[in-house]
Design a protein around this ligand. Structure first.
Ligand SMILES: [Zn+2]
Length: 236
C-alpha cells in the first residue's frame, strides 16, 4: 500500500465514522418505535434503550424473561405425555439428535450453535429428554397463552432461554473501581437466538406434533366431561 492509498483509506474511515456519529445524533431526535413509548431512540436503533434491550434479549421490543415456574403446569403435562410415548420413533430420533449436540459440544465442535453452553449443560448432567421436555413445554405454553408469546421470534427466544437455563451458569468475577463483583456469565445474544432456531429447524415437526396431539386429547376429555353433565329432558 502506498502513501496515497493509506491516506485515502484513512479519509474513508474518518468519513464513515463521522457519518455514524451524525446518524446517532439525528436518531436521538426521533421517538422509539415501541407502542406507547415516548422516549428517544438509542444510538442507531429504532427503539429507546429499554425496548432495544427487549428486542436483543427476548426477540421483541416488548419481550421479557419468563421464570421457569411459570411453565410448571405445561411442564408436568409434557413430561407425562413424553413419558407415555417414549417408544415413539420421532421422540427417539429427537433424543439421539440432542444427545449428539451435547456430546459433540463437549468435544469442542465449534460448528454447533452455542457449543459452550451445551458443554455446560452436558457437564451439569442435563439429559436430552430434559431439553426436549423444556422445548415442548414452552411451545405448549405459547399455544395456551398466545397473549404472552404472540409471535414466532419471541417463541424461539423463549425456547432458547428455557433450555439454556436448565443448568446454572458459571460465575465470573469482574473488577471495577477496586471492587469485585461476582455474577453469572451472560448468555450471548447469538446463543439466545441460535439455540431456539436450531431446535425449531430440526425438531419443530415433532414438537408441534406433540403439542397438537396433547391439545386434541385435552379437548376430547373436555367434551367427554361436558357430555356427562348435559341436562336431561324433564318433559315426557
Ligand atoms: Zn421505548
Amino acid at each position: 500500500m502506498n502513501v496515497n492509498d493509506q491516506e485515502s483509506h484513512f479519509e474513508m474511515s474518518k468519513r464513515a465514522s463521522l457519518n455514524i456519529s451524525h446518524g446517532i445524533r439525528m436518531n436521538q431526535y426521533k421517538m422509539c418505535n415501541a407502542k406507547g413509548c415516548m422516549l428517544s431512540r438509542h444510538r442507531v436503533s429504532g427503539y429507546c434503550r429499554v425496548h432495544e434491550r427487549g428486542r436483543r434479549l427476548y426477540g421483541h421490543a416488548l419481550g421479557y424473561h419468563f421464570k421457569s415456574k411459570e411453565f410448571n403446569e405445561e411442564r408436568q403435562l409434557v413430561t407425562e405425555f413424553i413419558g407415555s410415548n417414549i417408544e415413539h420413533k420421532g421422540i427417539a430420533s429427537a433424543l439421539a439428535f440432542l444427545r449428539q449436540w451435547l456430546e459433540r459440544s463437549t468435544s469442542g465442535d465449534k460448528l454447533l450453535p452455542a457449543y459452550e453452553d451445551f458443554h455446560r449443560l452436558n457437564s451439569k448432567c442435563i439429559k436430552p429428554i430434559d431439553i426436549l421436555i423444556e422445548a415442548a413445554t414452552v411451545w405448549l405454553y405459547s399455544e395456551r397463552h398466545r397473549e404472552r408469546l404472540p409471535d414466532d421470534l419471541r417463541l424461539t427466544y423463549a425456547i432458547s432461554l428455557a433450555v439454556l437455563h436448565l443448568a446454572p451458569r458459571d460465575y465470573r468475577s469482574t473488577w471495577s473501581q477496586g471492587r469485585e463483583t461476582v455474577s453469572p456469565q451472560r448468555l450471548s445474544a447469538a446463543a439466545r437466538l441460535a439455540v431456539g432456531e436450531h431446535i425449531r429447524t430440526n425438531l419443530g415437526l415433532l414438537i408441534s406434533n406433540i403439542v397438537r396431539t396433547m391439545q386434541k386429547q385435552q379437548s376430547e376429555q373436555h367434551e367427554f366431561r361436558q357430555s356427562l353433565s348435559a341436562p336431561f329432558s324433564t318433559t315426557k
